[in-house]
Design a protein around this ligand. Structure first.
Ligand code: SAM
Length: 334
């Protein structure tokens, strides 16, 4: 899995933060140069810098940040080969399925490997992710990527899981299954051979259409899965901030002020500002409804209330998340 490191060395994968929606993965190599619209950034200058550093371009015209890769940042910077699972879904699925350090997970298909990175970090060195992809090119690309990212706890298999199932040479005993396939109902009957027999196993199927969900529910029930539930994640940004409480008296004072100014006429506005002994413009005081001195949010001399504001929906491939459990029959012979 991505290693936590403090300092950038030659050969490291670095995510160059060029702008809010522009993260570029680079492998640091002496002599190479990252070219951006904010200028050129020689890789040699990055070596020895702490991850998170800001670096300026060769001609000092712009700057970027050098970030340590995490599954979340990889999800927003990876080369897309398929639709991918985004962090609002993957984080929800991981916590809901109780995937933890040491867990054994099956994932099909691998696709662009977005979710594989999140699983790999969560299960850690004592767990294992068994990931399957039947598209040869995607399989080869994912294999190369997982090797270069050192996802050593991932077993990637080139396989059509719907026709050939999930068996590999070693024992799988999966405690959690994640299916992001066009026809999960064809893969579900193969799972009984590879899931843990002595504990409750969870499954999540990720499907964009309700017709797929219906077929999958039928297959799950036929194969002994219970507690079937469907969820859809619609992630939004919430901004929490403080808003100044404005009193009625303030509004009245503001109206009086407008009236006064109208009376005094525009000439008054043209007079030079009043200055103190040092020549600084005198503070005109705070006018909560108009221009005046800037007040820092939360300034204790004023009264504030906490408010929240929603943002647009986050970028996520909205799919239905179908969850179920298989509880072991502990009376049966294993
Ligand atoms: N979850 C992945 C991610 O986050 O990057 C994206 C998965 S993508 C939507 C679905 C993948 O499943 C495709 O790459 C496709 O080739 C693969 N696939 C479809 N049917 C399959 C099958 N029967 N066996 C194995 N892989 C399959």
């Amino acid at each position: 899995m991505f290693q936590h490191k403090k300092t950038i060395a030659e050969g490291d994968l670095v995510l160059a933060y060029i702008g809010r929606d522009n993260l570029k993965p680079i492998f640091v190599k002496k002599g190479d140069v990252l070219q951006t619209k904010y200028g050129n950034f020689p890789h040699t200058d990055m070596i020895g810098k702490p991850f998170g550093s800001q670096v300026t371009s060769a001609k000092n015209v712009g700057f970027i940040y050098l970030l340590l890769p995490t599954p979340e940042l990889w999800t927003v910077s990876l080369p897309h080969r398929t639709q991918i699972v985004y962090t609002p879904d993957s984080s929800y699925i991981i916590q809901r399925m109780n995937v933890v350090g040491g867990s054994r997970v099956i994932e099909a298909g691998t696709g662009s490997g977005s979710f594989t990175h999140a699983f790999s970090r969560t299960v850690g060195p004592t767990g294992r992710v068994f990931s399957y992809e039947f598209h040869e090119q995607r399989y080869l690309q994912a294999k190369e990527e997982f090797e270069s990212h050192k996802l050593e706890n991932v077993t990637l298999t080139h396989r059509d899981v719907c026709s050939e199932g999930f068996d590999v040479d070693s024992e799988i005993s999966a405690q959690m299954v994640f299916l992001d396939l066009p026809s999960p109902w064809e893969a579900i009957p193969h799972l009984s051979r590879v899931i843990a027999k002595d504990q409750t196993v969870g499954i999540c199927c990720f499907s964009p259409c309700i017709e797929q969900v219906v077929k999958t529910v039928e297959a799950l029930q036929e194969c002994g899965w219970t507690a079937v539930e469907m969820t859809e994640v619609q992630a939004k940004k919430w901004e929490a901030r403080k808003e100044m409480v404005r009193e009625l008296d303030d509004a009245i004072e503001r109206l009086r002020d407008v009236k006064r100014r109208q009376k005094e006429g525009a000439e008054l506005k043209k007079l030079p500002p009043k200055r103190d002994a040092d020549g600084n413009e005198k503070d005109r005081g705070y006018n909560p409804f108009g221009k005046g001195k800037r007040i820092a949010e939360g300034d204790e001399s004023f009264q504030w209330q906490n408010v929240s504001k929603t943002g647009p929906e986050l970028k996520t491939h909205t799919s239905y998340l179908l969850f179920a459990r298989q509880v072991p029959d502990l009376g049966a012979e294993v």
